[in-house]
Structures are given as C-alpha cells and as structure tokens.
Design a protein around this ligand. Structure first.
Ligand SMILES: [Zn+2]
Length: 332
C-alpha cells in the first residue's frame, strides 16, 4: 500500500518526509503498458517518471496550498515531456511522451537535455481559480551552479527549492517497476511558513537566506539522509530506513497517511475537458478529422481512457453556447 510519513527532529529546525508509492505507481505503469499505441515505458523513462511522481507527492505534502502541484520536464531529447501531478488529497497521475530510441542506461541529460534546452517547471494550479488568473509557475534549468548538466532529478529540485523557498532541502529519489519512493529533509523557516510561491516578506526571505548552509543540525541530518542508497530506499520499509539513518536523533513522527487518505492514483480527465480541447482545435480542423476518419477519438495520456465524438457530437461542440440543447454534453 502506498504511504506518506512525516516527521520532525525534536528541538531542531528540521522536518522530513518519506513517500513510498507501490500500488499507486504500479497502476500508472500498468495503464501505460496496456496502451497499445505506446506500450510500456522504457525502463529509464519509468525510473525518471517514478522519481517525478514521488517528488511531486513530497512537494505537494510539504506546502499549504489548495490545488494541484504539477512537475513537468520539457525535454529536447527522446523524452519530449514528462509530467507528474499531485493534488492535496494525494491523488496522483503521471505521463511521459517518448519519441525515438534511448539507450538502456540513459541518464537524465540523455533523455531530456541533449542539446542544453531541457527545462523543468513546477506549477501550482489553484483549485478555486479566479477568472483570468494564471497559475504560478517556476522554471528551473537542468544545470548546476558551475554550468554542468545535472545528472539527477533530485539535484534539479533541491536547487529549485533553495531558490524558491530560501530553505535548504535534501532529496533522495528512486524508482523501479514496483516502487517509486523519496525522502525529503528540509530546514524549517526561521519564522512562519515558507511556501513555493515565495509570497513571504523580504525580511523573512533575508533571515532564511542568511541561514542557508549554516544550520549545523540540518547539515548533520542532511549528510545522514544523503547516505541512503537507491536500493535501501526501494526495498526497506519506512521504519527500518528511519532507524538506520537517524538512530541517534530524536524523531517525532506523525500518523502515516495510507489507504484512502494516502497517495493513490486518480485521473481527472472527462468528456467535457476533451470537448473543450476539440473546440480549441477549431471547427475546420475537427471537420477535417471527421471527413477522414468518421469520428474523433481522443485518448487520455494519463489513464488511457478513450473518448469518441461522432459528427453529431462534434456539431454540438461547435454550437454557440446560447443555442445548446438542454442536456447537451457540452458544458463550458
Ligand atoms: Zn484520464
């Protein structure tokens, strides 16, 4: 069962979280594998997407924000885009578009940063959006401070969190075809709550910035956390991991989130969203597809569900809203 564990280090300005996705991750992989158009993810892509899904879960659980956290990588190599989305109820979905061959041992730069144009974006999409408001988005390059291509997603995100929250963060991520897991250790803000939107005051930012790299408790715990290996993260249960890493520290643990309250797969696609997408194509384009194939078929990249629109359905989509028949499937 997929689970999320939160903990604090007693008397120190440090908090942590471990996520272990098992059934939720296996469902994402199984849905992709059963998609006859794409087939299963190549192993390096599955590993990247698993790490992204674990990271999105940790980042969502780490902020006070009522909306979706969407972690995206726009690649310039064989992986064109990879997306992982986590909602406040810990519902998760993820997908990736792969074009072309990739070596079995492909690393992050080989997949998404071949020509130095890959980038990573973190979007916070509020649940109750005001009309006309755009979601917050932060973009991070896939390079380190010395201009080197980053080899690991965890490094990219640590960098992002340091910049956006002025808080030291240590991330360890790992995924295979059964488990996607992550450990996050973060220094607590000097005062108040930090968040990814960076809405805190400048005094607050300055105080946090002054502490970067200087808190001894955080530094010690970060080194312990970084010693966790990929194999340990994937194969050991959470209690064992915490005991092995932090046996000399006093941990305060919260009730784990698992089962119905824990991380789980869910897709929010629906016929109305697809109808809006077809509307976005324009009537001419839609008529062209209908003339050629008889109907418009759209599959959801996240869950694999297929949506079919015949000529009558399509005509309804392009009917002016005022002319809609009662009970029409088209809802704005
Ligand atoms: Zn879907």
């Amino acid at each position: 069962m997929s689970e999320l564990h939160k903990f604090l280090f007693d008397g120190m300005p440090v908090r942590g979280m471990i996520v272990r996705l098992t059934d939720a991750w296996q469902e994402i992989l199984a849905r992709r594998a059963s998609n006859t158009a794409t087939g299963a993810y190549p192993p390096p892509v599955a590993e990247l997407l698993g790490e992204m899904t674990a990271a999105a879960t940790l980042m969502q659980a780490n902020i006070k924000f009522n909306g979706a956290l969407i972690l995206q990588i726009f690649g310039d190599g064989p992986v064109k885009i990879a997306v992982a989305e986590a909602k406040p109820d810990l519902s998760l979905r993820a997908t990736a578009k792969v074009a072309g061959e990739l070596p079995a041992d492909a690393r992050l730069p080989d997949m998404v940063n071949v020509g130095n144009k890959g980038r990573c974006a973190i979007t916070l999409d509020p649940k109750d959006k005001l009309p006309g408001s755009t979601p917050y988005q932060g973009v991070v390059p896939l390079f380190g401070d010395r201009g080197e291509k980053l080899e690991r997603l965890s490094e990219v995100l640590q960098h992002y969190m340091l910049q956006s929250e002025q808080l030291d963060t240590t991330l360890v991520l790992a995924a295979d075809d059964k488990v996607a897991a992550g450990l996050l250790i973060q220094r607590l803000p000097v005062k108040g709550e930090a968040n990814l939107e960076g809405t805190s005051g400048s005094d607050h930012d300055q105080a946090n910035e002054d502490q970067i790299g200087r808190n001894e408790d955080y530094n010690r715990i970060s080194i312990l956390a970084s010693s966790l290996t990929r194999d340990e993260l994937l194969t050991l249960d959470v209690d064992t991991i915490l005991r092995r890493l932090f046996w000399e520290e006093k941990l305060l643990r919260f009730e784990p989130q698992a089962g119905l309250l824990g991380p789980h797969f869910a897709c929010t696609c629906g016929r109305n969203r697809v109808a809006n997408m077809i509307r976005g194509l324009g009537q001419e384009e839609a008529q062209g597809i209908l003339a050629e194939r008889g109907d418009i078929e759209v599959g959801c990249d996240f869950c694999g569900k297929q949506y079919r629109f015949d000529a009558v359905d399509a005509a309804q989509i392009f009917t002016a809203p005022g002319d809609q028949m009662p009970g029409s499937a088209v809802v704005q």
